[in-house]
Design a protein around this ligand. Structure first.
Ligand code: ADP
Ligand code: GLC
Length: 477
């Protein structure tokens, strides 16, 4: 394959090194997907405490004095086939806790921590690494890297094109205006058309106004973001840039998410294995479920609509359904899930926590995956559901609306139905969707047909990677 160009990807998470959500899956999947399109991608992210032991033997490729209170060194190495660049700046990243905070909440210097990542990214984009590698394109993800296109633009881009991808508009990287100088931003750009955001600063906005192209992770979310009900204050900023905004749907790693490599393998040609996985899952959680066995694998947050479960699950259980929830997050929602599990032993299983291998058993053994999100930039679990014939029951927003086709009679007879969608995201519509699920599950022939349609969907990366490659090519000229 001919090398078309080089891309520096910048993010705060990347599978398999650090993950709190789908952002990490996407950042970790893009390099291999883009390589197949002729683009060589390296991923820059902070060397958090847990990652520092890996740096031994890695090659130093960048050194920067005065990085908000200390020195930063970038090391290059390979992890799971990904060319990683880890920014080691112990005064910023060598801490106990997660990437954004510790036991007592978010780190108070997050603005500086991620400005540092962005600063180094912009300089590398402009000057290249000491091993001779230099990118044609700077591709940044979410607020943590938002200042990078801004630093690049303000300091002179040197012909390097920039792309900013929004994975979630809810996180905007807010900082007070008084930090303008400390964050190395030009005072004369502090006005509403560029840096000023409701009187302060937002690294997300800074990226959105300065990047050459703006993408988000589904076409529907790209349109939703320009509306006040989804834009979360950023709608005007995005609408202003409409000419360069596009939605590129995420894919999933079809090598990792593959029903033919689960405990009991299955495929569209032979679905027997799915029943065995279901039985094993019911055993694991002590369940006996005559109707559809639904699963949830999710952060337990308001975004995901988890608060609606308490209202709709009782009727679903009465109708024969069962549920296994795997997730963690908001303590009130964790408690609500504990309440359901306590009320319906034998019908509701619960695991509070994060467990990759259990999530595979859930997709392999479940009949349906519930994703009742209030907003969903793309969503990955409904795509795992499609691939596993674990039919998605989703709110028709964002990427969920773009990936699931509702099983109404016309779609069923046309052979295109892949799941159940509902709108709006409330308990009434969600309850109706669960009654449809019970009815659909009751008609074995139709259920099997919809499962097959779902499993035939292309949820891989090829089409999306080609779309990113197209953007890069436009910018490289
Ligand atoms: P978001 O990024 O908004 O959380 P996505 O659907 O894009 O939503 O990605 C979530 C990712 O995290 C998926 O890969 C999902 O399987 C995984 N995940 C979420 N919660 C858990 C959990 N408790 N255990 C295992 N995997 C989880
Ligand atoms: C965000 C979104 C999710 C999306 C993921 C990866 O976390 O909430 O919908 O799939 O990013 O792009």
């Amino acid at each position: 394959m001919k090398l078309l160009g080089r891309v520096l990807s910048v993010a705060s998470e990347c599978v398999p090194l650090m993950k709190t959500g789908g952002l990490a899956d996407v950042v970790g999947a893009l390099p291999a997907a883009l390589a197949l399109q002729g683009w060589e991608m390296r991923v820059l992210m902070p060397a958090y405490r847990a990652l520092r032991p890996r740096l031994a033997g890695w090659k130093e490729v960048w050194r920067e004095e005065g990085l908000w209170g200390g020195e930063g060194v970038v090391y290059a190495g390979e992890v799971a086939g990904i060319q990683m660049l880890l920014l080691d700046a112990p005064h910023l990243y060598d801490r106990d806790g997660g990437p954004y905070g510790g036991v007592s909440g978010d780190w108070s210097d997050n603005a500086q921590r991620f400005a540092a990542l962005s600063w180094v990214a912009a300089r590398i984009a402009r000057e290249g690494l000491s091993d001779g590698w230099s990118p044609d394109i700077l591709h940044v993800h979410d607020w943590q890297a938002g200042f990078a296109p801004a630093y690049l633009a303000f300091g002179g881009s040197g012909g390097v094109g920039s792309v900013m991808t929004i994975h979630n508009i809810a996180f905007q990287g807010w900082a007070p205006a008084s930090m303008l100088g400390e964050l190395r931003l030009p005072v004369d750009e502090f006005h509403p058309a560029v840096l000023e955001y409701y009187g302060g600063l937002s690294s997300l906005k800074a990226g959105l106004v300065t990047a050459d192209r703006v993408t988000t992770v589904s076409p529907t979310y790209a349109a939703e973001l320009m509306r006040p009900d989804f834009g979360m204050g950023m709608q005007g900023v995005i609408a202003e840039r409409a000419a360069v905004v596009s939605g590129i749907l995420n894919g999933v790693d079809t090598g990792v998410w593959d029903p033919s490599s689960e405990t009991v393998p299955y495929s569209t040609a032979s679905m027997k294995g799915k029943a065995a996985n279901r039985a094993a899952l019911c055993d694991e959680f002590g369940l006996q479920v005559p109707g559809p066995l639904a699963i949830v694998v999710s952060r337990l947050t308001d975004q995901k609509g988890i608060d609606l479960m308490a209202a709709v699950i009782p009727d679903f259980i009465d109708a024969g359904g069962g549920l296994v929830v795997l997730g963690s997050g908001d303590p009130a929602l964790e408690n609500a899930m504990r309440g359901l599990a306590a009320r319906y032993p034998g019908r509701v299983g619960l695991r509070i926590g994060y467990d990759e291998s259990l999530s595979h058993r859930l997709f392999a053994g479940g009949d349906a995956v519930l994703v009742p999100s209030r907003f969903e930039p793309c969503g990955l679990t409904q795509m795992y559901g499609l691939r596993y014939g674990t039919l998605p029951v989703v709110a028709a927003v964002g990427g969920l609306a773009d990936t699931v086709i509702h099983a109404n009679p016309a779609a069923i007879s046309a052979g295109v139905a892949t799941g159940i969608t509902f709108h709006p995201t409330d308990a009434v519509a969600f309850g109706t969707a669960l009654r449809q699920l019970v009815a659909l599950y009751g008609d074995k022939a139709v259920w099997a047909r919809v499962q097959k349609n779902a499993m035939k969907q292309d949820v891989g990366w090829a089409a999306s990677a080609a779309a990113y490659a197209g953007l890069y090519a436009e910018l490289k000229g």
